[in-house]
Write a protein that binds this ligand. Structure first.
Ligand code: IMP
Length: 191
């Protein structure tokens, strides 16, 4: 019976989101720091799945308790899937949108398809399950909106960018929400 899960992150926003989603199942989610397992493994996987498992394993090896870890990023079709797993390292923090718009300045409308992907790994002993979520859209020609983070201001979902949506709206369609839904359904089954 799982009563407590460690999330392999110290990002307070991610932690809160996961706590809210899993609390109806009676599962307490704590950060790796609160679990006394501040691992910082090298994220050298070539897929989101590999990196999520690397992060989960690093914390599991220290605690021996059930762990979840996520990895996410933006894949742009015209850039052969870049920045992908390198999304966090593509540009200095706060400069990612500017750099992406510049790199895509000659790519015409209709060829700017992109998607966000999030993989969440659940690791407990021999059991390792990965849940994937995607959010499809296209890259705009200019940054718009003040909400969200990272590439949200240049990611169009319909008429608006993710940064023009409220957190609540984004959480209904986001890659992270979809992956978390998979995790929720799985945990509900095994409880
Ligand atoms: P990580 O999953 O915390 O390693 O972050 C990956 C990177 O992908 C972030 O630093 C962002 O640049 C980008 N990213 C992931 N999810 C989102 C999102 O929902 N909006 C905007 N950028 C995102």
């Amino acid at each position: 019976m799982i009563k407590k899960l460690i999330m392999a992150t110290n990002n307070a926003n991610k932690l809160r989101e996961v706590q809210e989603i899993l609390s109806p199942l009676g599962i307490e989610v704590i950060s790796q720091r609160d679990a006394g397992a501040d691992a910082e493994p090298e994220e050298n996987g070539v897929t989101f799945e590999e990196n999520a498992v690397i992060k989960a394993k690093a914390v599991y090896d220290i605690t021996g308790l059930p762990v979840i870890a996520d990895d996410s990023g933006l894949c742009v079709e015209a850039l052969d899937g870049r920045p992908g797993v390198y999304s966090a390292r593509y540009a200095p923090k706060g400069m990612e949108c500017e750099k992406l718009l510049k790199e895509m300045e000659n790519i015409p409308s209709g060829k700017r398809n992109a998607y966000f992907q999030c993989d969440i790994a659940f690791l407990n002993g021999d059991i390792c399950r990965v849940f994937t979520g995607k959010c499809s859209g296209e890259i705009s020609f200019e940054a718009r909106g003040n909400n969200g983070f990272g590439y949200d201001p240049v990611f169009l979902c319909g008429e608006r960018t993710l940064a023009e949506m409220s957190g609540e709206e984004k959480n209904k369609i986001s890659h992270r929400a979809e992956a978390l839904k998979g995790l929720y359904e799985y945990l509900k089954q095994i409880l």
